[in-house]
Design a protein around this ligand. Structure first.
Ligand SMILES: NC(=O)c1ccc[n+]([C@@H]2O[C@H](COP(=O)([O-])OP(=O)(O)OC[C@H]3O[C@@H](n4cnc5c(N)ncnc54)[C@H](O)[C@@H]3O)[C@@H](O)[C@H]2O)c1
Length: 251
């Protein structure tokens, strides 16, 4: 049976690495035509991704974007719209900050918010203009289990991701029934963000102290994203799925 994502035009932000890259591969593998948002300096990663997806018969086109910059996001949507309607959006771009709260200054706070929360707002707003005019579409926002759990020394990140969860639920109500808006709140996933290169052995041990007793893989998050975007999830809206190895079991 052909995938309901076949020929759908879907934008993934933060697409050059980690979970975003896995989403691009999974969506293209299901026949979607993927726009992949990448940052300046990631051209080589994007070229390699486009080549490897093309070798499997998939279609990916790269777009440079800084989601912290409203003009850059606007330019990206203008470029995509020339090419036809956007059916799906995966707001995945994100940054993390480990800092005690009393050392988290205005600049730190704004930097995290501008990418992790404002970036989602900007992309949702422009995507929803087109989707509501057309009367259909599906959005998945990448939050984090830390948006539910909270964690010391990660206040800005936790606040931004909790914001993404609230934004997702409110938008789901506002744009129902024609547009479905869901989220995923991954637990610790093996990417550059959560790796021995960036974290102490104590932190890594804490990351895997979850029922699954291991880090998740980006493809395990991408599978949830594909499901939520697809027509198989036609009765899902305002939901936050948790590919998290059991780190968070609440609603
Ligand atoms: N790895 C985890 O354990 C984990 C857990 C929960 C949630 N997440 C979330 O998953 C998403 C992807 O993270 P990842 O783990 O793949 O790490 P990652 O660092 O590989 O991916 C983040 C991506 O966002 C992009 N990005 C950062 N700032 C940007 C900006 N201003 N404009 C455009 N793109 C920007 C980066 O270039 C990068 O490609 C993030 O939103 C992250 O918060 C990750």
């Amino acid at each position: 049976m052909p995938s309901s994502l076949a020929d759908q035009c879907i934008l993934v932000t933060g697409a050059a690495t980690g979970i975003g890259r896995a989403c691009v591969e999974a969506l293209a593998g299901r026949g979607a035509r993927v726009w992949a948002g990448y940052q300046t300096g990631q051209e080589h990663l994007m070229d390699e991704l486009i080549r490897s997806v093309a070798a499997q018969g998939g279609i990916v086109r790269g777009l440079e974007v800084d989601v912290a910059d409203a003009a850059s996001v606007k330019a990206m949507f203008a470029r995509m719209e020339k090419d036809g309607p956007l059916h799906g959006l995966v707001n995945n771009a994100g940054v993390i900050l480990e800092k005690p709260f009393l050392q988290t200054g205005e600049e730190d706070w704004q930097r995290v918010m501008s990418v992790d929360l404002d970036g989602v707002y900007r992309c949702c707003r422009l995507a929803l203009h087109g989707m509501s005019a057309r009367g259909g579409g599906s959005i998945v926002n990448v939050a984090s289990d830390l948006g539910f759990l909270g964690r010391e020394d990660y206040v800005a990140y936790c606040a931004a991701k909790a914001g993404v969860i609230g934004l997702t639920r409110a938008l789901a109500r506002e744009f129902a029934p024609l547009i479905r808006i869901n989220g995923v709140a991954p637990g610790p996933i093996e990417t550059a963000m959560v790796s021995p290169a960036h974290m102490s052995a104590e932190w890594m041990a804490r990351e895997v102290a979850i029922p699954a007793a291991r880090l998740g893989q980006p493809a395990e998050v991408a599978a949830a994203v594909c499901f939520l975007l697809s027509s198989e999830a036609s009765f899902f809206t305002g939901q936050i799925l948790g590919p998290n190895g059991g780190s968070w079991m609440g609603g």
